[in-house]
Design a protein around this ligand. Structure first.
Ligand code: UT7
Length: 351
């Protein structure tokens, strides 16, 4: 019995924001963003549109793609670092919006590795026989982090006013992070099926000594009060990232864990037909590809159109590869991701 992805779908927010548009808000350029990250554009949600809304869109598409109806789903795993509310999580909101039965919903907080952690749980749920059809969603609305009061409404056509020099200077303070992230959602339906296709070896790792390299200092229950105007004004409600350290960990640990799952599966790395890497930076994706000695065509990317969508990147990439016909029967696929935690891992998937 294997855990098989029987349906995929994505949820796409409406606003396309180019690098050029961002350069009107801060001291950045299309060239810097393209060269350093590979991103050309990203999507932003409409005001009032949350990660649950995008997740619901993606889930509806995935359930229909699997030939099922929402009432067939036995359990939900929802991975996001940008939930609609601190509490409850997105799971119950999605359950109601989709019209699921009163099935359990789990909220996953492993950021960029959320989808991989979700795959592990889905696999354990299905293999134990506890559930038969699991819905796994990865969805993010990062725009909530953006300093919206500094003229960001112009990006989605909600204002035509000129940005002041002071606003431009303030936006520039967080440009190393704000240009990287986009909004989006991906979902998969996973079912237990006889046969030898589906999820294979999964390996997950956490190293809490790296927690400080990608974290958010504000909006913390260690603070009194947990969030304040001061925290917002000083940028503490935006993720803090030590970009170079995360970069170094990503190009070292993702290849290591891909080798680990290949070895445990008895396949050589060069026998992988496709490697789906978390889409945080084109230079990281190429770095992982080169360290593993894979040709570029085996490591597809869509970061140029989406930016980094955290928990949504792997399900969106998987869906797009399927839609493009890149995933065919008899293939060895691997997923890998690394992000805040540090959490990282990889999974083998046989089609
Ligand atoms: O999914 C979560 C995991 N996250 C990641 O995997 C991200 C990993 N890290 C990265 O992708 C890269 O480190 C970044 C894209 C974040 C930064 O790239 P970098 O090559 O490490 O650039 P840097 O931070 O060393 O910055 C180089 C220069 C600096 O100027 P000086 O000090 O050399 O004068 C920055 O101030 O680029 C400047 N800079 C910018 N310039 C224009 C930083 N951000 C921008 C920007 N536009 N948006």
């Amino acid at each position: 019995m294997r855990s098989v992805i029987t349906g995929t779908g994505i949820g796409v927010p409406p606003n396309v924001v180019t690098n050029e548009a961002l350069s009107r808000l801060m001291d950045t350029s299309d060239e810097w963003i393209r060269v350093r990250s590979g991103i050309q554009e990203r999507r932003y949600a409409d005001p009032g549109q949350g990660s649950t809304d995008l997740g619901v869109m993606a889930a509806r598409n995935a359930i229909a793609d699997a030939g099922l109806t929402p009432t067939d789903i036995d359990a939900v795993l929802f991975a996001t670092m940008t939930p609609d509310h601190m509490l409850p999580g997105n799971g119950p909101l999605l359950q109601t919006a989709l019209g699921l039965r009163d099935v359990p919903t789990f909220d996953i907080r492993q950021q960029c590795s959320g989808f991989l952690y979700g795959l592990e749980l889905a696999d354990l749920f299905l293999q134990s026989g506890r559930y038969r059809r699991v819905l796994l969603v990865g969805a993010e609305v990062h725009t909530g982090f953006m300093p919206w009061h500094l003229g960001w409404d112009t990006l989605i056509g909600q204002s035509t006013r000129e940005i002041t020099e002071a606003e431009r200077a303030e936006n520039t303070l967080t440009r190393d992070r704000t240009v990287l992230f986009g909004d989006g959602a991906g979902a998969v339906v996973i079912e237990a099926r006889e046969g030898d296709t589906g999820l294979g070896v999964i390996r997950l790792h956490t190293d809490g000594t790296g927690a400080g390299v990608l974290t958010m200092h504000g909006a913390s229950f260690k603070r009194r009060p947990f969030v304040s105007v001061d925290q917002i004004q000083s940028g503490e409600t935006l993720p803090f990232m030590s970009g170079k350290e995360v970069f170094r960990s990503a190009v070292t640990l993702m290849p290591q864990v891909v080798r680990e799952v290949c070895e445990a599966s008895g396949i050589a790395v060069e026998e992988l037909d496709l490697l789906l890497v978390h889409q945080a930076n084109m230079r990281i994706i190429e770095g992982v590809q080169k360290v593993l000695g894979l040709p570029p065509e085996k490591v597809p990317h869509n970061i140029e159109r989406w930016g980094n969508t955290t928990a949504a990147t792997l399900p969106i990439l998987f869906h797009e590869c399927r839609t493009l016909g890149l995933i065919r029967p008899g293939m060895n696929l691997a997923f890998t991701a690394l992000g805040s935690g540090l959490h990282w891992g990889a999974a083998i998937y046989r089609t």
